[in-house]
Design a binder for this molecule. Structure first.
Ligand SMILES: [Zn+2]
Length: 257
């Protein structure tokens, strides 16, 4: 419990900001949270897809590499204000998972391939801060990034940028040369996850306007029986489970209560 109260206290300022926004326009704040997390998760799965299809060498945990890729895309694809809003909501998504586990009395799964959600929270805040420390000091402070870590974050970001930069350049060069394969959003259970469907329609079209892969990548929206998302190398497909959207709505309730 001490752990939870510590996490609660650290981002109190951001929680207050979130609560103010929430009371003014709850629907909009809620939708922003759900969309930001869907986007973060989709980019994470896209990271897995690129590691497989583009044969990106990974030294360390692939899950960490996919998280890093996701933050990198948020930083590079959106204007400053939007990117910060997405990063705050995505970080809070990890915090929501922590609260959910505590409410359900589950212990941290140290054996899992993903890092603990507490750490994914701080990694998200650190990398995003490190990408533009001049403009994101208030962001780092509001989200409780300790100074002991903050000093390393610009270097952590540069390292991530170097690792993924060449991969992304390759994808855009292929697009410009009129070569390669697009991302294909397959027909699916869109009515069961309307925000997921809408976001993917916009996002897949935007990505296809900038990059091409070496092999076709399909994206599915379907029921999986659990709130999840995954990349399957057998089918070269990303599945965004319809259950994730409802799950994110409950996480929003947890982080704003
Ligand atoms: Zn993953």
């Amino acid at each position: 419990m001490a752990h939870r109260s510590r996490l609660f206290t650290i981002p109190a300022l951001a929680a207050a900001l979130l609560a103010t926004a929430a009371s003014a326009q709850d629907d909009e704040a809620r939708r922003g949270f759900v969309e930001a997390n869907l986007l973060g998760i989709f980019y994470h799965e896209l990271g897995h897809a690129l590691i497989d299809l583009e044969e990106v060498p990974i030294f360390g945990q692939e899950e960490d590499a996919a998280d890093v890729f996701s933050i990198l895309l948020v930083d590079s694809l959106f204007d400053e204000e939007t990117a910060q809003a997405i990063a705050i909501d995505a970080a809070y998504g990890f915090l929501g998972e922590v609260y959910l586990m505590e409410d359900e009395g589950e212990a941290v799964a140290w054996w899992d391939v993903h890092g603990p959600d507490e750490q994914r929270f701080y990694n998200t805040v650190c990398l995003f801060y490190g990408a533009n420390p001049d403009e994101r000091e208030a962001f780092a402070e509001a989200l409780g990034l300790p100074e002991e870590r903050a000093g390393y974050c610009p270097d952590e970001f540069d390292q991530a940028f170097d690792a993924w930069g060449d991969v992304l350049d390759g994808l855009t060069e292929r697009f410009e040369a009129g070569q390669g394969e697009p991302i294909v959003l397959m027909p699916g259970a869109f009515e069961d996850a309307p925000l997921t469907a809408r976001l993917l329609e916009v996002e897949v079209a935007a990505l296809n306007g900038e990059l091409r892969l070496s092999l076709p990548l399909s994206v599915w929206v379907e029921s999986c029986g659990e709130p999840n998302a995954y990349y399957d190398p057998e089918t070269a497909g990303i599945t965004m489970c319809t259950e994730f959207e409802a799950h994110l709505h409950s996480l929003y309730d947890l982080v704003t209560e």
